[in-house]
Design a protein around this ligand. Sequence first.
Ligand SMILES: N[C@@H](CCC(=O)N[C@@H](CS)C(=O)NCC(=O)O)C(=O)O
Length: 333
Amino acid sequence: MLYSFRRCPYAIRARLALAVADLQPGTNLELREVNLKAKPPELLEVAAKATVPVLVLPGGAVLEDSLPVMHWALAQHDPQGWWQGRSAHEQASILGLINDNDGAFKYHLDRFKYPERFHRPGGDDPVAWREQHRGAALAILKAWNQRLEQGGWLLGHAPSLADWALLPFVRQLRLADAAGFDAASQLAAVQAWLARFLAGPELVAVQEPAWAPRSPWRSPRWLYHLALRQEWQAAHNQGVYRQSTRGLSLEEVGFIHLSKAHQVAATHQRFYADAADVLLLTIDPQRLEASGLRVQSEPAPSGLEAAGAGEHFPHLYGPLPLEAVLLAEPYRP
Ligand SMILES: N[C@@H](CCC(=O)N[C@@H](CS)C(=O)NCC(=O)O)C(=O)O
């Protein structure tokens, strides 16, 4: 089972290796897309540092970093020889390249891409500071360029683990400034290497829904509520949300209708299918409890019949505090 995040370069490299090893979401792999602003309790339980990717193996062992995930995948199946069958010298080169990427290259990439997140030494000109990090990242790329000139891949004529582990990060550098990246001199082999990766089937495959769903995984431990955007926005002015269901308030019904993860789609279908601008609120029941609120599992009242007779739904007795809502995202049926 893989916890992943579609845009994360570490998660992308892990997905690339799992895909080449013939692991497929929905068949022999369960994929849980994580919103990093609302990490599911199941992830926090298995991996305290809770970065993605995290791979949970059938026996319960947990791989918390992208490289062990890649190595595990290639130990299952490595049809293109990314790692298996490589000489000790080649394997040492691969690990050295990944080390340079995850260390110095990532360090400068982050400062170039997200300058606002870092504390600059006082008095430094922010533009020059950022440019200095871009220059340092390009200097590392120049060393990789020399390797790529030999046969198009970092270790010669065929891709290795190093190429797939580094390319998602070089892609990020280009995403931060495509024109600057494309115009950089003495990087023709790097530019061609990245262009082939961007146009190739491997990256496309792991950025498509099965590997990279557009909505985060819904934890069975969380509670959910479908809301009309304008009513959710109005709640921000009032400090609490008091809508029970579409067209009915908490005062009219006595509680707020919620759904469990597996009930959201059917609830949408029954009550919101023709509504525009529907949001899905992800609610942390622990925060409701901390606010002294009661959630009761009860059959849907008559008139709001559920799909299955006798199906129970969570009902929130009281207004929904905004701070109990972890995510409010457009609902995609
Ligand atoms: N060393 C880790 C780094 C993974 C990492 O930093 N992932 C980022 C997303 S790209 C993350 O999960 N950040 C969330 C957080 O730090 O809370 C690996 O190789 O997997």
